[in-house]
Design a protein around this ligand. Structure first.
Ligand code: FES
Length: 202
């Protein structure tokens, strides 16, 4: 009985398809004719171009990232900074902000301060010689390595609080440090001892 009823429904369906009355099959398997509605028109919704575009837009919105103000620029934004003052041989002061972790040599160069740095921080010269003007600040620095001391021994106008600028790294405790740039540098290590000379920084 059931079998014959099902086969009758199948025959009717084939006939409707043949007559063009069925326009589509919905996802649930129900036939959609001009006179009936799919109970769950899920498939049609997701093939609608507008709905699809909406889905794409939503995905894009969810996964896109927008750079915040602190992410844009030269990379120093958002980092903790300390105040540093360089004093040149004429007593002229230049106040700058230096990000934590940056050497005083790099900071000087970024701000067009005339601190030579002939070996670019590889401890092979003494041209980045600076004098820490405040003993308290000097005592907060890491002790100089033997290599730094060797180069400092060659520096022009060595003092008790002399350091190499490329070895002084900004850290919070050094906020407010004042560094004097000697009137001259001596570049024995880079130029060779024979040809080494002392010259004005200007
Ligand atoms: Fe040469 Fe600092 S730049 S030792």
């Amino acid at each position: 009985m059931l079998v014959s009823r099902l086969s009758r429904i199948g025959v009717q369906t084939v006939k409707q398809l043949a007559r063009g009355m069925c326009t589509s099959l919905c996802r649930t398997g129900f036939l959609q004719t001009p006179y009936s509605q799919c109970r769950q028109p899920w498939f049609e919704l997701h093939t609608d171009p507008k709905a699809f575009q909406g889905t794409l837009f939503q995905k894009h919105y969810l996964f896109s990232t927008t750079a915040s103000g602190s992410d844009i620029g030269d990379g120093s934004e958002g980092k903790e900074m300390i105040s540093v003052t360089f004093v040149d041989k004429d007593g002229e002061e230049k106040h700058i902000k230096v990000p934590i972790g940056m050497s005083m040599l790099e900071a000087a160069h970024e701000h067009d301060i005339e601190l030579e740095g002939a070996c670019e921080g590889s401890l092979a010269c003494s041209t980045c010689h600076v004098i820490v003007m405040d003993v308290e600040c000097y005592n907060k620095l890491e002790d100089p390595t033997d290599e730094e001391n060797d180069m400092l021994d060659l520096a022009f106008g060595l003092t008790e609080t002399s350091r190499l600028g490329c070895q002084v790294i900004a850290k919070p405790e050094l906020d407010g440090i004042r560094l004097a740039i000697p009137a001259a540098t001596r570049n024995f290590a880079v130029d060779g001892f024979e040809g080494g000379s002392a010259h004005d920084n200007i």
